[in-house]
Design a protein around this ligand. Structure first.
Ligand code: ADP
Ligand code: NG1
Length: 481
């Protein structure tokens, strides 16, 4: 593949690369633990460390893969990796401080490029996310620079399977570690693009939000992330607003079910059917944003078109073939739909969510910029947008979970100005906006309202499950402690 085919722009004179930083006190103590784990396993010193944060998405859920902008921020919780090139053999050796993740060895690092990671029937085990990052790296690093063997020790504290993007932090950390070990230079945007493509090897057709914020996150600012081309803009949040993440205690591994990919497919088919019905060449349409751009309509018009052109009842494959005038084979090759007569796809509901959520993202950004508006009014407006995002995810997109809905209700009852599911859903976390003078009372009430009656919470340290968050720095490299 040439660099261009890889989606990587020609290298410019000045490239905004991942910063080499000095760890702060808190990071240093975790890095010390990681370094000592590395030494105990490999009997040598790591030569550098990488840190990649998780993220929380404030608004813009399930729309990145439709081409629409989203508004996440990087969080404090992260994945750390200690790394050293191996002089002794050509293997990848992986270890994790957390012993629930087993050590892994692959004898020939170079072979990883050709592995098919989701075809062994063993599911998405942790080391496969690391392999995704290495595969991505080997596709873009010139052969003469590629490392022969690598030793890596991982340690993360992003709650896994909870919508805070632990998987993308891990894939991105593996990519960054391999690129840095090769002394290869890449911009943050190119890292994000390669990492998003690499994570799809696990089997989920993600849109790229998580990898973008992992590299482009900035202390003090949420980010508006735009796709095609990837761009990010600072979003200043109201000073009086505190964002609180709360875990529903329900895990959901995206790559272990077909829920996520089914939504991606429903959006693609909705886009193609709208295009066909509106008389444009649907073959060139893959995303809902494609059809909007071809029709030259605004988002509100697109919702009206959805209401008119798509029906409420689920579509089956036969009806889709009839509308698009395709055979099952053609539909497979153009839309990536495997014919299944029992399959029912809700196209109207999904498309409506996407266009309305994209409008909410734009409104969220506008409210953040409205310095002329009173602070509490701005925060209340942001809260309303977040809560309507949640009802849309619950009712139109059907990616919530009864415990998530109960947590959102408990958050509002405890004084939040708005709350919503964050991340892919079907479990995981919510994000709530709270005014800073109420935050302590809010957290105490939420603990009583939601966690006190859940026996799964009895043995947990709740401060890791309900916590304030603020925008943090994206990926970094540490060369010495
Ligand atoms: P998320 O919403 O957190 O990204 P996913 O279901 O996409 O959830 O991916 C979570 C998976 O990432 C975990 O099941 C595990 O395999 C891997 N993972 C997350 N954190 C770690 C970690 N600290 N060490 C090893 N693997 C991890
Ligand atoms: P998480 O929350 O990490 O499962 C997933 C996708 C995002 C985005 C959100 C929903 C991946 C790696 N991440 O995030 O791209 O679509 O769901 O908004 O697939």
């Amino acid at each position: 593949m040439t660099q261009e085919q890889n989606g990587i722009k020609e290298m410019q004179q000045t490239v905004d690369t991942v910063s080499v930083l000095k760890p702060d006190e808190r990071q240093r103590s975790r890095l010390d633990v990681l370094a000592s784990h590395f030494r105990s396993r490999f009997n040598r010193e790591p030569s550098f460390f990488v840190r990649v944060p998780g993220r929380v998405n404030l608004i813009g859920e399930h729309i990145d893969y439709c081409g629409y902008s989203v508004c996440p921020m990087a969080i404090e919780q992260d994945i750390l990796v200690a790394v050293c090139k191996s002089e002794d053999d050509n293997a990848l050796q992986l270890t994790n401080v957390d012993d629930k993740y087993q050590d892994y060895r692959h004898d020939a690092l170079q072979e990883i490029r050709d592995l098919h990671l989701n075809e062994d029937g063993l599911g998405p085990t942790w080391h496969k996310y690391y392999l995704c990052g290495i595969k991505g790296a080997l596709e873009v690093i010139p052969e003469e620079k590629q490392p022969r063997g690598i030793l890596a020790a991982v340690w993360g504290n992003v709650p896994p399977n909870a919508g805070l993007s632990s998987s993308s932090a891990l894939v991105s950390a593996a990519l960054l570690a391999t690129v840095h070990a090769s002394q290869h230079t890449m911009s943050k945007e190119d890292m994000a693009t390669v990492s998003a493509r690499a994570e799809r090897y696990i089997g989920t057709q993600g849109g790229g939000m998580d990898q973008a914020i992992a590299f482009l996150g900035k202390t003090g600012s949420a980010k508006l992330i735009e796709f095609n081309p990837l761009r990010s803009y600072d979003v200043s949040l109201p000073e009086g607003a505190v964002f609180v993440i709360a875990h529903s205690l329900v895990d959901h591994n995206k790559a272990a079910t077909s829920d996520y990919n089914t939504r991606v497919l429903e959006c693609r088919l909705a886009a193609q059917i709208i295009a066909k019905k509106m008389g444009i060449d649907w073959h060139q349409v893959q995303k809902l944003i494609d059809v909007q751009e071809l029709l030259k309509k605004n988002l509100e018009d697109m919702s009206t078109i959805v209401m008119k052109e798509l029906h409420e009842e689920p579509y089956d494959c036969e009806e889709i073939n009839q509308i698009l005038e395709t055979t099952p084979e053609e539909l497979k090759s153009i839309s990536n739909v495997t014919y299944d007569p029992t399959r029912r796809l809700k196209l109207k509901q999904r498309a409506l969510h996407v266009f309305q959520e994209a409008e909410r993202v734009a409104a969220f950004q506008t409210v953040c910029q409205r310095k002329d508006m009173e602070e509490l009014a701005r925060m209340s407006q942001l809260g309303r947008l977040m809560s309507s995002s949640h009802s849309s995810l619950q009712n139109l997109y059907e990616c919530s979970h009864p415990r998530i809905d109960a947590l959102v209700t408990a958050a509002i009852d405890s004084g939040a100005l708005g709350a919503r599911l964050t991340g892919a859903g079907w479990g995981g976390c919510i994000i709530a906006i709270v005014s800073n003078e109420n935050v302590e009372e809010f957290v105490n009430r939420l603990k009583k309202e939601f966690y006190q009656n859940d026996e799964r919470a009895n043995s947990l340290n709740l401060s890791s499950y309900v916590f304030q968050t603020e925008p943090k720095q994206g990926a970094a490299i540490y060369c010495s402690l």
